[in-house]
Design a protein around this ligand. Sequence first.
Ligand code: DUC
Ligand code: ZN
Ligand code: ZN
Length: 453
Amino acid sequence: MLVIQNGWLVTPQGAAFGDMAVDCGRIAALGARLSPAPQDDVLDASGLWVFPGFIDAHTHFDMGNDLAHTADDFETGTRAALMGGTTCVVDFATQERGGTLSDALAQWHRKAQGRCSCHYAFHMAITDWNERTRAELADLLAAGVSTFKLYMAYDALRVNDGELYDVLVSTARLGGLVGVHCENGDLVNAGVRRERQSDAGVQGHPRSRPAAVEAEAVERLLRIAQVADCPVKVVHLSTREGLEAVRRARGRGQCVRVETCPQYLLLSDERYRRPDGANYVCSPPLRPASDREALVKALLEGEIDTIATDHCSYTSAQKAAAGRDFSRIPNGLPGVEHRAVAMMSAFVATGRMDAAAMCRLLSENPAREMGMYPCKGALRVGSDADVVLWDPNAAGVLTAQGQWQNTDYTPYEGLRVSGGVRHVLLGGRWAVRDGRLIAPNLGSYVARRQPQL
Ligand code: DUC
Ligand code: ZN
Ligand code: ZN
């Protein structure tokens, strides 16, 4: 048995000073004062905050497309995640057109198995909707894949409105949840053609997909979900206008889950004017400050359910290989390592949000949505002992040089941060002690149940 003493425990009942006992990989007891037996290991957590391990429900590791292959695979990506306090990621297995869901799932298991330093699970991105695909859905749920992803943009991935409707109905019937990439693919294609003609360089990227391109897709998705009478999740929301569409749908009584990412809360589109602007190309793109401010306000007012990263990392060389053709720059940003520290610094250390609210955004809500609660996402007796001990008094500066992510830059270079990971328990074993990785590769696959919405 391990007893963690004198920590500030963030539990579903509220935050409280106290002790936590861990046995056989699970939380065995929580209390104001537990009495360790002589043979127990004891850790004094005085001055530390104790959180249920953070969950990042939006990563892309070991993913290729016609432009590039991601710099992080499951080995480097989950190691970086762990070092930042994330004890579970949910990555996107993606169906090949003409292929099956079960083949895609098997392929993603091969990428991850034996390589992960935090726990992992998979969503399934459906790119080829037909009767065979529909017939596979129940098998996917049985295999622990209870969340799905659809794209409204990217010609190689996207589905049409009728297919979207059908997937929503078919997955909801089984208790699954669909997350949707909301950009109007036809408008993106038209915008790319238009901006390529003007040879605007990297700035052509945000101009090719302005806010209305996202907002139209969010609005359309939510109307389709209304007709289908199904809950739905908007992933990586980036605009005020998209948020307004969410508010309208919620006002009609719809169940809409909203995810945003640190890049949309902290960064803005001025980055595209920098010489290294290509490094910030992601979709949806970084937005003007007014969108960022609207999202921050929504976050503080409780309108956003989860913060994930959409981690999809490339090196500067991969980004630069496109030259002046912005449409050939691989889309995506690194971030899986820095989510918690960046968010805690921006919102908790500044007193704009309390640690318990941040815990809901990073741990509890993702666990519920992903069908992992209360095994994960909570400090409760019986829950898995995936635990982060956070030092609120740590201070540092984020740099590419100091990061674990397998790329040569970070969008948060030079950001001064308050707080940091001191220790991490994964399944009751110390994976990180005093900020040092002591046990890599302890991660295992998480078969998930139905989302709790
Ligand atoms: N956009 C996506 O839709 N997926 C991965 C990364 C990105 O920028
Ligand atoms: Zn996306
Ligand atoms: Zn994504």
